[in-house]
Design a protein around this ligand. Structure first.
Ligand SMILES: Cc1ncc(COP(=O)(O)O)c(C=O)c1O
Length: 288
């Protein structure tokens, strides 16, 4: 016997792409620009490589699921400054959990939060990062796709009827969006925060591209909440990753931050799920 929800998972797009590429020979006189998996093409920062090397002996120890306080303090310092969270600063003890890159956390958070006995949907933009959909299937819920408006690069969230929010247990936004690159503005984020609190669903903002922008830095979900005068980040969570912004996809390092009750529940889930960052990785990121 196997979990029947596995049959709902779509083939991963890069497996499909590899099949399409099979037997194709690229022209020899040009250098291809890979536009597939989104792997950064620049060198990782030297200071991380050096720090990793000098902390390698820490692989002799088991890390805790919550991660070191120093790492959570470094994350809080960065996020509080980057997103101007002065009115409601993230508390490293309550608001933050380091994760092994955001992919596993995006998947796991849906499993940890939704109530499969209630049914309902996971709302997401379309096109989307495929893990949102797989997480919905494996949690026994149905995805609800919001088409991205080609004119704006994001779904028209204000056009979503309340009936959709009534059925929603978990909603993903992606800002700046993959694949459009367009960031949501503060008013739209505030509108979505109000909906999440009114209809009691988890609002999750995938911000793994937040540090890749031209001009002004894009606003984040927690920043919109703080600017709206909220202090507790109730029903909200953000995902951040070093993969893209710091050319470190193989380090598998990111964090989730938000609603303290959600963080406590997610920590409990992760203790069993068994996902913790190697201490060598954690120590290499202290004090950035
Ligand atoms: C939109 C989006 N979210 C999350 C991720 C996951 O990145 P990572 O697991 O490396 O943090 C990716 C990776 O391509 C992505 O495109």
């Amino acid at each position: 016997m196997l979990n029947p929800d596995l049959n709902r998972l779509m083939p991963y797009p890069f497996e499909q792409l590899a099949r399409l590429f099979a037997g194709a020979t690229p022209p020899v006189d040009v250098t291809p620009i890979p536009l597939s998996i989104g792997e950064p093409q620049h060198a990782p920062p030297r200071l991380v490589l050096d720090a990793l090397q000098s902390n390698l002996s820490l692989v002799a120890k088991y890390p805790t699921t919550l991660g070191t306080l120093e790492l959570r303090e470094a994350i809080a310092t960065w996020a509080n400054q980057r997103f101007a969270l002065t009115s409601a600063p993230l508390d490293p003890a309550r608001h933050i959990i380091p994760v092994n890159g955001t992919r596993e956390a995006i998947f796991a958070l849906v499993q940890a939060t939704v109530d499969r006995t209630q049914g309902g949907t996971v709302v997401m933009p379309n096109p989307f990062y495929q893990i949102y959909e797989g997480a919905a299937f494996m949690a026994g819920l149905n995805p609800h796709y919001l088409p991205i408006d080609p004119a704006t690069g994001q779904p028209d969230y204000r056009a979503v009827p309340d009936a959709v929010w009534t059925d929603c247990q978990f909603c993903f936004v992606c800002t700046p969006g993959n694949p459009s690159g367009t960031a949501l503005d503060g008013d739209t984020l505030t509108y979505l925060i109000e909906k999440a609190q009114q209809f009691d669903f988890w609002l999750a903002s995938d911000e793994c591209y937040s540090e890749i922008y031209r001009g002004e830095a894009p606003i984040g979900l927690l920043q919109a909440a703080a600017e709206a005068g909220l202090s507790d980040y109730r029903k909200l969570v953000v995902f951040h990753s070093l993969s893209k912004r710091s050319n470190l996809p193989g380090l598998r390092s990111g964090f989730v931050a938000g609603d303290p009750d959600l963080m406590a529940a997610f920590l409990r889930y992760r203790t069993y799920h068994g996902c913790s960052l190697s201490l060598a990785v954690q120590r290499s990121l202290h004090g950035w």
